[in-house]
Design a protein around this ligand. Sequence first.
Ligand SMILES: [Zn+2]
Length: 339
Amino acid sequence: MLRTMYGQAKLLLGHGKEGSHLISISTEAHRTASSTATNFSVQPQPKQQQPQQPQVPKAAVSRARLARHLELTWRQGSASHFPLTWLRDNCQCPQCYHPESKSRTVDWATCDVTIKPKDVQVSDDGKTVIVDWLDAHNSRFSAEWLHERRFEEDARKKWLSTYKQKKHIWGSAQEENFPRKRFNFSAVMSTDGGLLQWLLELEMRGVAILEGADSDESTVRKLAERVAFIRRTHYGEEFNVKSKSDPSNVAYTEQALQLHTDLPYYEYKPGVNMLHCLMQAQGEGGENQLVDSLRVAMQLKQNNPEAYKALTTVPIDWSDRGVEDGRPFQSLHRAPVIW
Ligand SMILES: [Zn+2]
């Protein structure tokens, strides 16, 4: 089972009595809720060799004109406008941009953001735009690079659509979006296509269920390491959900756990929890309960805006204290319930 941050809200998860193994990792999905950097990466599949095709430039410039903005007319006929300060800020010359690390190196202490271009030229093949600035600086931009970064509405929409998948809100009234799909553990572990499908489901619904894993305690770690770095907490990197005689957490008791969000007392919370059921409880209990908390928050906002406002603005204390493996811990974070 998995839990992920869903935009501003969180998925609540309740799980049964015994026999689960839990791991937390960081994902990009958490970025909206926390300003801290993340370490999530998926290796792209190697490109297959394609037969040689004649190179058709995706974008070429037929005309460049300097006004309040830089106006470029593309050979296809449309025009784009680029702010002058933006162009200077994004200058690709070796003084302003380090090509290997793909980092801007513009020195803001000396850079004049009001500087204006003196002249602009387009190469004969239309593939390069050269801007000469009044301070004798020189910027060269590829037409394709500029075309990808156009500010027009259609280009912005295209860019935004490649950032995140549309959320599929689910609940008893949203039958069609219910996370019923099951993914095969081996396919996710051994193929990039299988991994991608599973991750897309996780991003869109906040939960993605895997089947076919063995009952080894190390299995969930292998899955976590397939997609991200594991987040260490005061419970370590892994957490065994089983009853103990002297519990430091309610997850170590035999009681059923109510719907909850894990680790709210951390400022930078894990974006995904992975739960691996190692042993199904016999008799009563042992079920997992999942709720789409994004839908809960949306409903609350609609039906009780005052309560929603309170829950999104009033900071409360989230804390956890106890002893784990002989090490005492106390964690405290102050934040609204929904953020
Ligand atoms: Zn430069």
